[in-house]
Structures are given as structure tokens and as C-alpha cells.
Design a protein around this ligand. Sequence first.
Ligand code: ATP
Ligand code: MG
Ligand code: MG
Length: 586
Amino acid sequence: TTSAPTNVFSSGWLKRVYEEKKVPVRSRFPPEPNGFLHIGHAKAIAVNFGFAKFHNGICFLRYDDTNPEKEEEIYFSSIREIIEWLGFEPYKITYSSDHFDRLYELAEELIRRDKGYVCHCSREEINLQRGGPDNRGPRYACKHRDRPIEESLAEFRAMRDGKYKAGEAFLRMKQSLTDPNEGNPQMWDLPAYRVLEKNHHHRTGDKWRIYPTYDFTHCLCDAFEEISHSMCTTEFTQSRVSYDWLLEVLDMKIPNSEEKGPMQREYGRLNVTGTILSKRRIQMLVEGTTVEKKNNDGTIEKRVIPPSVRGWDDPRLYTLVALRRRGIPAQALLKFVEDLGVTDSLTEIQTSRLESAIRRHLERTVPRLSMVLDPVKLVIEDATEDDETELTVPYDPKGMIPGERKVKFTGEVYIDSSDFREEASEGFFRLAPGNTVGLLNAPFAVRVTSFSKDFSGRVSEIRVAKAVGEKPKTYIHWVDTSSAVHIVARQYFSLFKTDSPNTLDWKSGGWADDLNPNSEVVFNNAVIEKGLEGLINSHSHNPSRASDDLVRFQALRTAYFCIDPEPEGDTIVLNQIVSLKEDKAK
Ligand code: ATP
Ligand code: MG
Ligand code: MG
């Protein structure tokens, strides 16, 4: 049976969201610039930018920069670059801070409409008013809730002008705190503005000491930018009521109607298990940490945990900068996220599921080259000058990927040490005394005559004879020694021994005992055929490579690799993207 092609935007949840309000789409992706984006954000980007693109609408990139205590310049540029890498172009880049003046004006207006009041209660006191730690106790108003409008106005201006320190005054929304029938904590007089101690803002400088909260800012900025569909993740489901409430009391939305103003709808997060995505935890991996353990006798034991990865873009992480550096193609990642679909429930996937999707994509798109991770020299004793040749080998034996390269063949090649055994054994068809083995694409097979070892007992040279006309049981790959390019190759494995690192002890440092000591394996003596140079050249002349500019290939019988942007001196460094087949063991 065939049916009309559908995709995530023309079916299911996103289709329903569109049909609720058939207007030109104006969406936004609103990250807080307080960290690097991770694979979950790829879903948010796909949903917001993809939805707008699908409906010929527009999508803003809005930095939600309302908390100067946590924001840094590097996050701003990194977020922009990652969106571009994923192939999207914001209609406009905006900042919540663009609207600070207008937000302030609306806060005063809220007070004037008797929908906001300045409160001086402590955080603890406010929590008690909101029903205590479990939000189940009785709720009650404090004396500030009914203070005169003029007094709140004056106090709000005093907050602005620096009379209060952090924690001494809040602007609260006058919602339904005292209505015993209101079960939604988002309606229990949320803070709208607070005083911040560390208040220097990267864009507005020292102008403000008070900053608006997410709950106050988000819906209003959506309205200012005339966002039609404000899509966010389901942890904001309860916030929809307060989102609408604020817009309604300021006449920016009509109660129980989507006719005017933006509309919030919530989709399920994408979570990846087998790794960690939490900013705070990744930070411990990147920077290392010191934990303190209190012993029974009251003494304190310090444990210094060194960094376990090289940076936020270490290919073992699942930040988007890391996935990019590891060589995951942007288009493949996006397709993967879209294929998972969008609904209102959480999508949990294993890292292995992403890897098989990437593998399927690479299989159809990247050329093959011969590379040897752990080389041993193989000398064909009876090869003569007549055997020297230059072969023309297609990039893809199946012909799906166009192009070919020249491969030199002389009497001496490198093979991988794992393709040789000192003694033949049943079921081992690769190189061992007595076995005839083919060299991929070479004119004849070979048979072992002798081998030698170095002082450490490692096989250092294998000598073979031509086995012309014999049919080998298997073929191995090789690299011509005279033209080999020496490179460094890095393979990556899971950072943790457990499959569920989020369940480790992240409080007192127990997670460090579960780190996989072999999460990175480096081959410093690896060699690759000269064809890599041709690949680099043709790549740098390809106008369609856009921002996804990594050279990728399949190393025959080995794994998929890409060239790391940072060479070691003059030596090219390769990162393993994914293995050829799913690894069973770690
Ligand atoms: P923080 O932990 O600081 O609140 P965050 O993970 O919520 O950060 P934001 O910068 O606030 O990240 O997120 C920007 C957008 O991305 C939001 O709309 C958020 O809902 C969405 N988002 C964040 N994490 C995921 C995820 N795992 N899956 C899908 N969308 C996500
Ligand atoms: Mg957030
Ligand atoms: Mg979060």
C-alpha cells in the first residue's frame, strides 16, 4: 500500500497544533544563554525552526537573557553557530533584554491594574504562603498583598532604584494564591521581578538591578514579537495558565480564545540515556571537581576529581558542539530527531539508537578509504618491479557514492596487527601461517612464509609469498608503505561503565568510580592511503558543503571517521564517528 508522504510537520501533534490556529507561522527558539546546547535542544530547534519553514513562516532566535548571573558570551555565539550548522537561519536574532524597558512599563501597569504587588517576605515565608514544602498546606496572603496600589508602585520604583538588596523585595503577580480551589501552583502569586546581587548585564550594563522572571518575560516577549505558536516542552504545561493569565490581564489576549496573542503548546522532551545531558554534571566532567566527604569521626576527606573530558566539545559528550566535532552530520541528526516524531510525551532513546541512524546515513553518503590503525609491515618477498602498479579504485564498490582514487601497490604494505596471528586456528581465516589471504583490490593473494618480532615480543614484520591464482577465504585491507600518510586516530566509547550514568552518585563524587578508563583509545601510529589528500582537496572545493565542513569517510573494515578540526602539529587527527556495526561489548 502506498499513501501520500507525510512527515513530522504534516501529521500528528504538529499538524493538530497548526490546525488549531491556521495563521501565518511565527515561532521562536528561546534558549537561555547559560550553557551549551545538547541533543535535546536539537529537537526544540527542529520543532520551532522546522515548523516555521514547513509552513513558509518565520522563526526567531531569542536569547532569553534575563539572568546575568549565569550568562556568558561564549554561549551566545555557540548557540548561533549550532543553529546555522543544523541548517537554519533565524528570521531575526532577538534578546529578551531588548524589551527590558517595555517589560518594566508593563510591570508598573500590572500594579496599576491591581494585579501585582511588592512583597518583602523571605523566600521561606513565601513558600509557606504557597502551602509549604510539599505545596499541600493551607495557602494564605501576606500583609503586602492588599497594600495600596500607590505604595506598591513606589516600592517597585524603589526596587528599581537600588533601595533593596537581593531577597528583600519581589514584585509578585496577584493571581489566585488565596483561592482554595486553585490547584495550579503556577497561579499562586508567582514572582515577576527580583533584585539580583550580581547584576551587570552583558547588553544593558549596569542599568538594571531588577530582572524579570521567566514567567513574566516569556509570554510578553512572545506577544511583542507577535509569535503565533509558542512551543515548549511539557514541564511548562502548568505554566500555560499563567502565560495566558498575564497576557489577559494586560489585554494582550482574550480569555478562552486564541484569536489574539500567542498560543503556548507543549511537546515531549527528547532524552538520551547512556550519557548525561545535565549542564551541572557535564561541567564536572569538563572542569573536574573537588568533593568533600564527612567521615564518622567528623574529619573531612577531600577528593580531587580531575577533568574526564577535554572540553564541552569532547566527542564523547552529547552536547551539539561535541556531536558536531565527532563528525555526526547535521542533516543526519536532524532527520533522526524528525523521525522520532513529536508528541506530548517524553521520548527516551539509547545512544546506540542514534548511532545506528548515523551509520545508516553514512553508509549511503561517504567514500571508502583504506586505513590501518595499528600497522605491521608486510613484505611480499617474491614481488618484482613488474608487480608494482597503480590501481584505480572507486570510492564505493557498490557505486552509490561517485568518484574514485588512485592506489599504489608495491611489494610492501601495512596491515593491521589484528589481522595476523602467529598460529593458525580454526575459524580464523585472516593472515596466519598456512592461510591464503586476499589483499583487497590487489592483483593477487598472499601466504605467510615467516615473521619477526621486536625485543618486546611484538610482531614487527610479516613476510609472505604471492599466491597467484589461489582463491582466498577472506580479504584484508592494507596501505601501501611508500605512499602512506601517517595520522592519529581516536576511537570513542561510552564515558561510563554503567548504561545509566544518571543514577550514579553525583553528590559525593561516586560517579568518578564508574568512568570508563578506555572511553578514548588513541592510535598514534595509524596510517591511511594517500587518497585522503584527494578527498580533502575535493572537499575544500565543494561549494555545497556549507557550514558542515568536515571530511568524512568509511575506513574499510574499521569504522567511520572524520577529520578533527585541530591537527596535532602537522599530523591529521581523525575522530571515529561510529563503528561499522553495533558494538556488543564495551
Ligand atoms: P535550563 O536547564 O537552564 O533551564 P534548558 O535545558 O531548559 O536549560 P533552555 O535554554 O531553557 O534549556 O531551552 C531552550 C528550549 O529548548 C526550551 O523551549 C526548552 O523547552 C527546549 N528544550 C530543552 N531541553 C530539551 C529537550 N531535552 N528536549 C526538547 N526540548 C528541549
Ligand atoms: Mg530553561
Ligand atoms: Mg533544563
